[in-house]
Design a binder for this molecule. Structure first.
Ligand code: UD1
Ligand code: CA
Length: 463
């Protein structure tokens, strides 16, 4: 039997108090709906569609290949959203239809597979996923009769005090017999507290018609829906724990996993060491034995094996094998640090190619620069790369020694093995092996201090 999947994601998410569509909020770097799509991906369904609001262009544009979307023009409720999906499926009759919300990022393929298999084993009208919650507030409650058979679902806002005391809740995840679902959706109304077509109302319809309804229980965490910023933070914490456990299982060391933040698409190797306050985001890759933190923020970085980074911000930059970065360093896009090179304390780099074993140990700005192998850049050196109109490049060749506090006024080239004198403003190319000094000669004024003191004393006597 075929399987079609409808992910409901058209709701406003008013409780988030945000202009972003709810399912576009990110958990560990991936949108909530992105997590749900991934979980569904493992089922091998015949068709997957996301029901979206008309304005959700960004959501539709970001859907992976093979996932379609359909538009719910007006948000008239989950029952109406399911109808929009069925209309989109077209020739769905006879297939099972998995309906689930787009706001449950912790849901896993295994749980969905268990639900679909339970459904396929005796093909009732509906197999629904329920869970028990210590605090069920906000959720639809599952109603059962004296024999324990499901009789319906009542939304929180429509519940009586006895119904509110029920701790078994609707997860909003269901597998329907497609034909029965279409039939029942035609018969539900909006006569309820929210004035919406409730998808859960089809449960009572089925029961009234004597159609079989089954329930499968799941753990609380996986089916947690995100309706508020507080729940987004809780779910993010759970996701972080899951991601960190996975990496520790593969040999990554963490001083305190509660303080390590790794996004979904990051790749780590065994033997990586992560200290508290480390954020690894985007497409960051870290090779074996690299040590990061405390307190570092890396977005789309490529970190070589054995590199050592601490108190650093690294964005779209590559750090070579065994390189040293930090403390207090900013590596901006386009920076490539060679193997065993160094970007030391208070160094900023942008679009800087630093050769193997070259060192920039202290207080420097290196922008639009290419440094060869084994060069040393003195403290306080600045590449003056911007003349107010255009950016210009600086080239520093192999083995060059740039003196402390050198201004390299680009475009300029420092030759192989060349030196610059401390405090020089270098605006012309320096030949290989030469020393370039640019500063006025030191003058000495003898007896200055005594004369000054004498002047001060006289002034004091006069007043
Ligand atoms: C829903 C269920 C509730 C269940 C809970 C589980 C209903 C009426 N209630 O409540 O029984 O316990 O989920 O998390 O279904 N959506 C649309 N179009 C709409 C309305 C909603 O696509 O017109 C989408 C939302 O984007 C969301 C999902 O449907 O992804 C669920 O809607 P939401 O408003 O979050 O329902 P809950 O109040 O959480
Ligand atoms: Ca919800």
């Amino acid at each position: 039997m075929g399987l079609r999947v409808a992910i409901l994601a058209a709701g406003q998410g008013t409780r988030m108090k945000s202009s972003l569509p709810k399912v576009m909020h990110r958990v560990a770097g991936r949108t909530m709906v992105g997590w749900v799509i991934e979980a569904v991906g493992g089922l091998g369904a015949d068709q997957v569609t996301v029901v979206t609001a008309p304005a959700a262009d960004e959501l539709r544009a970001g859907l992976p290949a093979g996932v379609t979307s359909c538009v719910q023009e007006e948000q008239l409720g989950t029952g109406h959203a399911a109808q929009v999906a069925l209309d989109h499926f077209g020739s769905w009759k006879g297939d099972a239809v998995l309906v689930l919300p787009g706001d449950t990022p912790l849901l896993q393929t295994e749980t969905l597979r268990r639900l679909v298999e339970a459904h396929n084993s005796d093909s009732p009208a509906l197999t629904m996923l329920t869970t028990r919650l210590a605090d069920p507030s906000g959720y639809g409650r599952v109603l059962r009769d004296g024999e324990g058979a499901v009789t319906g679902i009542v939304e929180h806002s429509d519940s009586t005090p006895e119904q509110l005391a029920v701790d078994e809740v609707n997860s909003g995840i269901y597998v329907f017999d497609g034909a029965h679902l279409a039939d029942a959706l035609g018969r539900i109304d909006r006569d309820n507290a929210q004035g919406e077509y409730y998808l859960p109302d089809v449960v009572a319809q089925f029961v009234a018609e004597g159609l079989p309804v089954r329930a499968v229980e799941a753990g609380e965490e996986e089916v947690s829906g995100v309706n508020s910023q507080q729940q987004l933070a809780e779910v993010s914490r759970a996701m972080r724990r899951r991601i960190n456990e996975e990496w520790m299982g593969r040999g990554v060391w963490m001083a305190d996993p509660d303080q390590v933040f790794i996004e979904a698409d990051v790749q780590l190797s065994a033997g990586v060491r992560l200290y508290p306050g480390v954020h690894l985001e985007g497409t960051t890759e870290v090779a074996e034995g690299a040590q990061i933190g405390p307190d570092s923020y890396i977005v789309d970085g490529k970190i070589g094996s054995g590199a050592h980074i601490w108190y650093a911000v690294v964005r779209q930059a590559e750090i070579g094998e065994g390189a040293e970065v930090g403390p207090y360093v900013s590596l901006r896009p386009g920076t490539v640090l060679g193997a065993r090179s160094k970007a030391g304390t208070f160094v900023e780099m942008k679009n800087a190619i630093i050769g193997e074993k070259s060192k920039v140990p202290h207080l420097a700005y290196m922008g639009d620069v290419e440094v060869g192998v084994g060069a040393n850049i003195g403290a306080g050196t600045i590449t003056v790369n911007y003349d107010g109109f255009e950016k210009h490049r600086t080239i520093i060749k192999d083995g060059a020694r740039v003196g402390s506090d050198t201004m390299l006024i680009a475009p300029v080239t420092i030759g192989e093995g060349a030196y610059t004198g401390a405090g020089s403003a270098i605006s012309r190319d320096v030949s290989d092996g030469a020393l370039a000094v640019e500063r006025s000669e030191q003058k000495e004024i003898p007896g200055y201090a005594a004369r000054r003191e004498e002047k001060r004393r006289r002034k004091q006597e006069e007043s």
